[in-house]
Design a protein around this ligand. Structure first.
Ligand code: 5CA
Ligand code: ZN
Length: 382
């Protein structure tokens, strides 16, 4: 059985899905190339998928594409291109980078613009049920109508307001009744894409895009929902509230969040531009080394990228390869006792403890035991 930290329950708990596992991971906003923070998130979900498949589960992993929101519209305007052309170009680049990193394909990669009918249906249901109100051309979710608001993040109200302000939530918007109310539907600015609706022309809010896509692709309840830890509040809190207000049932059984990757003490972010791109690293280093460099940090910790991560990963890869080559030369058997595979399984089942798995594989390789099968479960071909 695999145990994982659940943000909502604030503990490492058994993750016990049925034979078919539904996973929803928040995907990119495609307006720039993928950086190591993105890679760390999707690699974590890739390793989780590999272990779940190894345990015999069938996987339904949905990774959305946020192809309409403030960031992509701003960047398209700056570049003078259509926002969907920018999205298409960056999605192709992202898919290429992730494939090069050896990520397993996901079940689907639906785009937010494909879900306008589902979004309109959610907004209509929320309005009819009294969970939302129209104001100043927009539609807002009324957080005072949902008693479990805070169930994912458990944050005090002042921290919620501060994070909402930092992450585009606009708590000072005079159209809102409560500062934590969030936008479901908004009027489009001139030149922005706009869809007709019963509440006037406009475009969706960010959070409702993911609720609509998750429920359309996977049903009202997903086994596990995740992304980077910067999404806990407001994104995932708001998704859970509006989804559960519509369906009356649990939206995500388990919440998994990946720590932030930084550079020189600051979170890597497209808006700050302090980025190390996956594509640039893969021009100079083999994918297995980049994977190993990322897996050397526990998925839940925040950490800073340095070039030393890559040189350590490269020498680790060489040590493992020479252990495999020596043992093949000596015995012709790649992992006679299955020691490496067992060790990796045990560490992954302990809240995806990849750093511990790497250290155990180092010890085995140091004893001349081949670690090929253990490395393979981490997606690394020796
Ligand atoms: N499209 C939305 C999610 S619906 C979004 O957050 N897009 S993103 O392109 O900004 O980020 C994509 C994923 O990478 C998200 O899961 C986000 O949490 C994660 N992420 C972004 N920056 C970092 C970072 N520096 N370290 C770790 N993860 C990051
Ligand atoms: Zn999302």
């Amino acid at each position: 059985m695999i145990c994982l930290y659940d943000t909502a329950r604030r503990a490492v708990v058994p993750f016990e899905p049925g034979p078919v596992v539904s996973l929803y991971v928040c995907g990119i906003t495609p307006y720039d190339a993928a950086h190591l923070g993105h890679a760390a998130v999707y690699l974590t979900f890739d390793v989780l998928q590999r272990r779940l498949a190894d345990l015999g589960h069938e996987l339904r992993c949905v990774r959305n594409v946020t192809d309409v929101d403030d960031d992509i519209l701003r960047k398209a305007r700056q570049l003078g291109v259509h926002y969907l052309d920018l999205a298409a170009q960056e999605m192709a680049r992202f898919d290429g980078d992730m494939a090069a990193l050896g990520l397993l394909p996901v079940f689907s990669e639906p785009r937010a613009t494909s879900a306008i009918p589902e979004i309109l249906s959610i907004v209509g249901t929320l309005l009819d049920a009294g969970h939302a109100y129209c104001s100043n051309g927009g539609v807002y979710f009324d957080v005072t109508t949902f008693a479990r608001f805070g169930q994912v993040s458990h944050l005090p109200a002042d921290t919620m307001s501060q994070l909402a302000a930092e992450r585009g939530g606009n708590p000072g918007d005079p159209a809102k009744r409560h500062p934590l109310d969030f936008v479901l539907w908004q009027p489009s600015a001139p030149g922005e894409p706009s869809w007709e609706s019963r509440w006037g022309p406009g475009r969706p809010g960010w959070h409702v895009e993911c609720s609509a896509l998750a429920m359309r692709e996977l049903g009202p309840t997903v086994d596990l929902h995740g992304g980077g830890s910067d999404l806990v509040f407001p994104h995932h809190e708001c998704e859970a509230a509006q989804s559960e207000a519509v369906t009356g049932t649990t939206f995500a059984r388990h919440w998994l969040h990946v720590g932030m990757v930084g550079l020189d003490g600051t979170k890597m972010s497209k808006s700050l531009g302090n980025l190390v791109f996956v594509g640039d690293l893969l021009e100079r280093h083999e994918p297995a080394a980049v994977r190993l460099a990322l897996l050397a940090h526990h998925y839940r910790s925040d950490w800073d990228w340095t070039e030393a991560d890559l040189s350590e990963a490269t020498s680790r890869l060489q040590r493992w390869r020479s252990a495999a080559a020596q043992s093949l030369a000596g015995r012709g058997d790649s992992d006679p006792t299955g020691a490496a595979l067992h060790a990796v399984r045990r560490h992954l089942d302990d809240d995806l403890d990849c750093p511990a798995a790497l250290i155990t594989l180092d010890e085995l390789a140091g004893q001349g035991i081949p670690v090929t099968a253990g490395a393979a479960l981490l997606g690394i071909t020796l």
